[in-house]
Ligand binder design. Structure first.
Ligand SMILES: C[S@@+](CC[C@H](N)C(=O)[O-])C[C@H]1O[C@@H](n2cnc3c(N)ncnc32)[C@H](O)[C@@H]1O
Ligand code: SF4
Length: 413
């Protein structure tokens, strides 16, 4: 089956890798700002982002960009004039859809850097504010640099400045958190004006301070109570649960950028440690130049071109350390990896089954190039175990399946 690349939406992820302080639970590619950092660091980084973008122009294969997500790290640390320069440069590289969604993550402790209206002016039309909790003791336990008052005023200021789409990130299952405290966080985010809530359960990730020094977390029963009561409250407040942790409010819609990930769409990626995914079509006959970087100061490094010419689906990732990322003269180093046929099914399902609306047969075939018949046996088995529903042209996790998503995913490994 040939993949029709022009039918696959294309997004762009931009990574801003710095934070004022590293949170003890965080395993993202985020680095504390160097104490002696200068404004020129942001200049160099935006230069590198634009160089990176130029090397990915041919990967669009004629498509417009449907959404951009600026994540981190703490993107609200980047000065507003750098955003202006970044977006001017990006518009020279890519065509944006007229109704493009552009989200920026913001941390309430860093928002003095620009009034919200300035972000609107450069084209950012959705904000995702990392609040985590509105309780002082929880924020301190999480090592956050903001307090509840700053968090509430950040959400209100964003709405007052004209942002109609404001996501608030909350975490639950926090150290010694009670049910009442978890529900208070949801209610407060709603009252402050959140149009979308991402409600994550705190997970203890390897390579974090919390992993080495585990805090006391609510036990399984308390966690289940928080989960159940939180979902009920979110529903009562008019939020619609479209993905495991994502809730869109009555006036808002699902995050287009994240839905594109879960629907196995394509995405370009620029920035330290950023990951992208692209489909290369035989019909398009594109030859993709992969420009390997020239490393400044290394005598033996030479620049050479390789070509990703085969039809297929590829993942790529960028140099992780911010210093190394800005060091390359030609383009930041990219590691390419083809997703082979065996991985395709599990990769697709890993993403798509997070969506409560399920997966259409059309989407599976259009994004993977495989026939749905290839997984007919697995689907039948999961339907008979009560984990999946198979109706018309769509498979969907049942409520039981939503609770045991990992079991469904194992069937496709
Ligand atoms: C990429 S992070 C960055 C957002 C922003 N830097 C901030 O922290 O305000 C996006 C969100 O992931 C969630 N998150 C990060 N680490 C987590 C963890 N270990 N468990 C659950 N959620 C986590 C937090 O809600 C966070 O706001
Ligand atoms: S501010 Fe966000 S990205 Fe930075 S360390 Fe904390 S959770 Fe991670």
């Amino acid at each position: 089956m040939d993949l029709q690349v022009t039918q696959i939406p294309l997004a762009l992820y931009i990574h801003i890798p710095w934070c004022v302080k590293k949170c003890p639970y965080c395993d993202f590619n985020s680095h504390e700002l160097p104490i002696d950092h200068q404004l020129s660091m942001y200049d160099d980084y935006v230069d590198a982002l634009l160089t990176d973008a130029r090397t990915q122009m041919m990967l669009t294969q004629g498509r417009q960009i449907s959404s951009i997500f600026i994540g981190g790290g703490t993107p609200s640390l980047l000065p507003i004039d750098q955003y202006q320069r970044l977006f001017d440069g990006l518009r020279d590289c890519f065509e944006f859809m007229p109704d493009i969604e552009i989200t920026m993550e913001a941390n309430p402790g860093t928002l003095e850097h620009a009034p919200f209206a300035e972000y609107l002016k450069v084209g950012i039309n959705r904000l995702s504010i990392g609040v985590q909790s509105f309780a002082d003791d929880k924020l301190q336990a999480l090592g956050r640099i903001h307090d509840p008052v700053q968090a509430i005023s950040a959400i209100k200021a964003a709405r007052a400045a004209g942002f109609n789409r404001v996501n608030v990130d909350l975490m639950h299952g926090l150290p010694q958190q009670t049910l009442t405290e978890a529900l208070y966080d949801i209610q407060t985010a709603h009252n402050a004006g959140a149009t979308h809530i991402s409600w994550y359960q705190l997970t203890i990730e390897p390579n974090t301070v919390f992993y080495r020094n585990q805090p006391i977390l609510p036990d399984e029963d308390n966690l289940a109570d928080i989960e159940q009561a939180g979902q009920t409250l979110l529903e009562q407040l008019g939020y619609h649960n479209y993905e495991v942790s994502a809730w869109a409010g009555a006036s808002d819609s699902p995050c287009r950028h994240n839905v594109n990930y879960w629907q196995f769409g394509d995405y370009l990626a620029i920035g330290a440690g950023a990951h992208g995914k692209v489909t290369i079509s035989k019909k398009q006959g594109h030859k993709i130049d992969v420009i390997e970087p020239k490393i400044s100061g290394l005598a033996d490094a030479s620049s050479h071109n390789e070509q990703v010419t085969k039809t297929g689906i590829y993942r790529f990732s960028k140099t992780r350390a911010p210093k190394d990322y800005t060091r390359y003269q030609v383009a930041p180093k990219t590691i390419w990896q083809a997703i082979d046929q065996d991985e395709l099914v599990s990769e697709f399902m890993l993403n798509a089954l997070r969506l409560h609306s399920g997966v259409s047969t059309y989407l599976f075939e259009a994004r993977t190039g495989l026939s749905i018949d290839a997984i007919a046996g697995e689907i039948k088995g999961l339907v008979s175990s009560g984990l999946l529903e198979d109706t018309d042209d769509k498979i969907q996790p049942t409520p039981l399946g939503q609770r045991y998503l990992n079991q469904i995913l194992r069937a496709f490994l």
